[in-house]
Design a binder for this molecule. Sequence first.
Ligand SMILES: Cc1cc2nc3c(=O)[nH]c(=O)nc-3n(C[C@H](O)[C@H](O)[C@H](O)COP(=O)(O)OP(=O)(O)OC[C@H]3O[C@@H](n4cnc5c(N)ncnc54)[C@H](O)[C@@H]3O)c2cc1C
Length: 387
Amino acid sequence: MKENFDYIIAGSGMAGLSLLYHLLQDEVLSKKDIVVIDPVNKNTNDRTWCFWEKEPGPFDAIVCQQWQTLQFFSHDVSREFKMKEYRYKMIQSGDFYAHVLKEVEKYSNVVFRNEKIAAIEEKGNKAVVTTDAGEYTGTYVFNSTGLFHPVMNKENTLLQHFMGWFIKSSTPVFNSEIGTLMDFRLNQQHGTTFMYVLPTSSTEALVEYTLFSPETLKEEDYISELEKYISERLQISEYEITHKEFGVIPMSKARFKRYLGEEKRIINLGTAGGFTKPSTGYTFQFVQKHVANVVNRLKKNQSPAVGPSLHEKMFHWYDMTLLDVLLTNKLSGEQIFSSLFGKVAPESILAFLANESNFWEELKIRNSVPVLPFVTSGMKQFLPGKP
Ligand SMILES: Cc1cc2nc3c(=O)[nH]c(=O)nc-3n(C[C@H](O)[C@H](O)[C@H](O)COP(=O)(O)OP(=O)(O)OC[C@H]3O[C@@H](n4cnc5c(N)ncnc54)[C@H](O)[C@@H]3O)c2cc1C
């Protein structure tokens, strides 16, 4: 069967549904015929998204907790800081999917198909999506499936892998006003290793054991580190695990394409479009900026195919440099983040990691880390044939 739409959204995960939500906020674009294709129904709470932003965000209604005060710990540095402008926010994916899908109920021009996409291509002045059940044509296809992912291997990619437990203690132990962004006071034998502790009440918190390394660990290794941290560092003996998550995010030097096709009718979103920050794995905040830009361009009848700006290219170079320092083991993650948090105003570090810092903040950041490893890794990015 062949069907024709204005927009095809290939993949209904965080990026696909974020774009859909933004489209539906516009009077004209919300009337377009839109099909969303994904074999998976988004009705489970399969991940937790944390991110930081200055302004009220489009999904504030479903932010389950936010923190103005954060902590950083390493073997050498201990720092607590209250942010002036940024707020660190948490969204449960289950709430996000439900929120967007409820909004969609108002629109009969948006349809969902539970089908697996086999191919996406451009034919003439149309984008064509072939699934296991049919063919769809549209003016644009917005893709967040892995169909166009570049080759990722141990030379160009580190894995950010983590196991997180939402725990509920039998007595009040947490201060829900203060989140721990990184606690490196752990064994660093596998690579960059830290805990997040994000309390949502005096008895509840997300505790997440996170590593940047070439390979994942055995399940029992994540479990034993979480148990040890909860009992020894957090000093909690009685608790129940109310929810668990496990994830692997590629932190890659591989080149993700933002758009494809001669007429640029295939627009990549989310991880597929390179919006997972290579040096940190954070994705949510970068996707929101990208889809807002896509929608703004569509409103003005401009092509939604947007290449990286000069500003984005510069931050991409910072990312590639930092990732190269980690990949080549010139410095450990603990050394880099301890240098930063030991010497630079934490809000400037967050601005830098959000691609929002200014020239002076970047200068301070550059001066805070050991020069030689960063200069050699930074120069390498200009060499031809680099991974
Ligand atoms: C457990 C976990 C926790 C995370 N936490 C954070 C966090 O705290 N902060 C942050 O910024 N980032 C986080 N991330 C990283 C990132 O935000 C998420 O991976 C996010 O879901 C990426 O959005 P996406 O739309 O690119 O991919 P996804 O949300 O994975 O969506 C891709 C969609 O494509 C569909 N699909 C795949 N193949 C096909 C096909 N052939 N045909 C049709 N559909 C297909 C999939 O079913 C899926 O629904 C986390 C990731 C994980 C896994």
